[in-house]
Design a protein around this ligand. Structure first.
Ligand code: EPZ
Length: 421
């Protein structure tokens, strides 16, 4: 098992390229199930979670391939033979986003058997809204031996009003509705750029979707879809993480391919901390402040401040000039990074879903443990600022969502490396 060793105190300088978005790649790869033939996806990040999704598709009988050399960011998914519409527990337990095959399978093959994703480090994360949506489209849903069994000769268009705003729930039901008979209207949808991107890809496959990226999505079902060739949009959360890396080290970094329109709430918040952020032709330039201002933030659904950036911003607030209040409104257990930041000398008090962070003069390096994907990123960021050496263990969490983050940071002048633990 690898760990990352980082020595802090080096202002980051230079340019870094953002990879394709994990949270767009996963539903888009699953959507390949909706059409016969070979789909080609470009700018697919090389992440553990993408490997898992490709395995889930292979297990069903899909042909998958990641190309090599200059095309190493290209993945192909071919549906050319019989498909066993099943996602096994062994894979789903490692990545709950595997549940994104449920909608496409029942819509395309009339049947799906998908392991119920269990809980996760950051929260219970039920899928009741996914099932509510599929039931409304006429799927017969049963739960047996930890598996969701969904059956439907033909899904029928319906109106679905989500009780909570759910990203993968919106994506799953949208993917089912594209092949349903008639019109489906989804209300109280997630407006994340990744949902909008999935709607864009499905429309390129021949679907008839309006309103992707808004809270009301209308889908007129079609009989069949075609395979697609599509380049995945850049990862706004990786971009945000790299922007905080520039901020916490007082650096000057051009984050290439970062899209300002997907990062408005993050840009506004980082400007409040004292960063200078300018949109340049190739991306966003971030100049970190000499003194970091403390800011308050509450995570909400897009276009609000993303929960996937909460831990990284908290890392920055540990060295701010003042006290900041960080409220987490999406997941009930997303402060697992706090005890580890304490080990580095941070002063953070948790009250329910709120953390009060009193900025300290300096952090000191220490051995710490990653507990989930974004928590691991915040520990690496704190290590970039801390005096001395920080060792981040269990970085398999980091590899789920960041493509060789340490290499990108080292290219910017960080003293960071990966070692075998
Ligand atoms: C997506 O997860 C992302 N994952 C998460 O990113 C992200 O944190 C989350 O959206 C919120 O932005 C992917 O896109 C693969 P939700 P998802 O359904 O869809 C509750 C990362 O770090 N809920 O929008 O699973 C749920 O418990 C990951 O990259 C229900 O109650 O999140 C949560 O409190 C972590 N019933 C809230 O809604 C449901 O049926 C939002 O969850 C579904 C969700």
């Amino acid at each position: 098992m690898d760990k990352i060793i980082v020595k802090g105190g080096h202002p980051l300088q230079g340019e870094v390229v953002v990879s394709g978005a994990k949270n767009a790649a996963l539903p888009i790869l699953a959507s390949a199930l909706l059409a016969d033939g070979k789909s080609v996806y470009r700018n697919v990040p090389d992440l553990a979670d993408v490997v898992t999704m490709l395995k889930v598709l292979e297990t069903m009988g899909c042909g998958t391939a990641r190309l090599t050399g200059r095309q190493k960011d290209v993945c192909e998914v071919a549906i050319e033979g019989p498909i066993t519409p099943e996602a096994p527990y062994d894979l789903v337990k490692t990545m709950r986003a595997s549940v994104l095959v449920l909608g496409p399978l029942v819509a395309r093959f009339g049947r799906a058997r998908v392991s119920m994703p269990g809980g996760c480090a950051i929260g219970a994360r039920p899928i009741d809204q996914h099932l509510k949506g599929l039931k409304a489209l006429g799927a017969d849903i049963t739960l047996t031996e930890g598996y969701v069994e969904a059956r439907a000769k033909q899904l029928k268009g319906a109106t679905v009003n989500f009780d909570v705003i759910t990203v993968t729930g919106t994506e799953n039901v949208m993917m089912a509705a594209v092949l349903a008979k008639g019109r489906t209207v989804l209300e109280n949808c997630a407006r994340e750029p990744e949902v909008e991107e999935l709607a864009r890809v499905l429309n390129k496959m021949g679907a008839r979707i309006q309103g992707g990226g808004t809270s009301v999505i209308t889908i007129d079902g079609v009989d069949a879809l075609q395979p697609v060739d599509h380049a995945i949009l850049p990862d706004r959360i990786e971009a945000g993480t790299l922007m905080v890396a520039a901020a916490i080290t007082g650096g000057n970094v051009l984050v290439k391919h970062a899209q300002p329109e997907h990062l408005e709430s993050v840009i506004l918040k980082l400007r409040e901390t004292g960063c200078t952020i300018t949109a340049e032709e190739k991306g966003l330039r971030v100049k970190g402040p000499k003194v970091v201002n403390s800011v308050d933030v509450k995570t909400t659904e897009h276009p609000g401040f993303p929960t996937d950036m909460q831990a990284q911003l908290m890392g920055l607030m540990t060295v701010a000039n003042g006290t900041s209040v960080i409220s987490e409104s999406i997941f009930e257990n997303r402060f697992m990074h706090v005890p580890e930041l304490h080990r580095m000398g941070a002063d953070i008090t948790i009250q329910g879903h709120t953390a009060v962070v009193k900025g300290v003069k300096k952090l000191s390096g220490a051995p710490v443990m990653a507990t989930d994907l974004r928590a691991s990123a915040s520990l690496v960021l704190a290590g970039l600022r801390a005096e001395g050496k920080t060792e981040v263990a269990r970085i398999y969490h980091l590899d789920r969502g960041y493509e060789r983050l340490e290499r990108k940071l080292r290219k910017l002048g960080a003293d960071i490396r990966r070692v075998k633990a």
